[in-house]
Design a protein around this ligand. Structure first.
Ligand code: ADP
Ligand code: 5GP
Length: 210
């Protein structure tokens, strides 16, 4: 059983470019949540800082961390390894800090299966349209057209995972989406039953698939 003093685990996943990293940073900053900083074997983007955005790690080191069972979860995404280290996350939760994760559906499945003694709230973020997603990816990954194409190609597979999440939200206006997420977190934290508009999301997903 989790106690009132324990922190909660919040997970955000989405197709690449929908805005989960932006949302995770905003949620953490404005609510004093701790971000679980992942390890990755991916190369850093120009604006990314080691130890802040990710721990950028060699494949050899990553495999040693797997062997040592240092990860709460890990997965291969777009040909690179990504993983959340266990120690820091569990320390923070025990101290009563809320910990927020920006991880893919494979990692979310692994965390769900572990049935940790902490409240877990999972969010799946959708883009307003495929065109907007493309534009966001293009702006972010300007230097590498292949990355944008690879991530757009994966989109139809990625959106199939929405059903495994507690809440699904559309990131059109950042502030509005943020407030929606915080509203759901508040309700769940206080054990007030809440749900999202599933019909609206189903219709939106139909449009995104065209
Ligand atoms: P993800 O982590 O889901 O791959 P990011 O958070 O990196 O996505 O966002 C992709 C790009 O879209 C970034 O350049 C970010 O600044 C931008 N972005 C995120 N949310 C919005 C929004 N609501 N409106 C416009 N641009 C956004
Ligand atoms: P990006 O390369 O755009 O930073 O991340 C690519 C994908 O990897 C995103 O879906 C992101 O959520 C996911 N990811 C980032 N860190 C982790 C992690 O620690 N574990 C898992 N399973 N996925 C992660």
């Amino acid at each position: 059983m989790s106690s009132e003093k324990d922190g909660i685990i919040i997970v955000l996943s989405s197709p690449s470019g929908a805005g989960k990293t932006t949302l995770v940073k905003k949620i953490a900053k404005e609510n004093n949540f701790k971000i679980s900083i992942s390890h990755t074997t991916r190369k850093p983007r120009t604006n990314e800082v080691n130890g802040k955005d990710y721990f950028f790690t060699s494949e050899e080191d990553f495999k040693n961390l797997i062997k040592n069972k240092d990860f709460l979860e890990y997965a291969q995404v777009f040909g690179n390894y990504y993983g959340s280290s266990k120690k820091k996350v569990l320390e923070n939760l025990k101290k009563g800090e809320n910990v927020i994760f920006d991880i893919d559906w494979q990692g979310t499945e692994q965390i769900k299966k572990q049935k940790l003694n902490y409240k877990l709230i999972t969010f799946f973020i959708l883009p307003p349209s495929k065109l907007e997603l493309f534009n966001r990816l293009k702006n972010r990954d300007m230097k590498d057209k292949n990355i944008v194409e690879e991530r757009m190609k994966q989109f139809n597979e990625d959106i199939k995972k929405w059903e495994g999440y507690d809440f699904v939200v559309i990131n059109d206006d950042l502030e509005k989406c943020y407030k929606e997420i915080i509203g759901f977190i508040d309700k769940r934290t206080n054990n007030i039953g809440s749900s999202y508009d599933k019909n609206n999301i189903l219709n939106h997903i139909k449009k995104l698939r065209i």
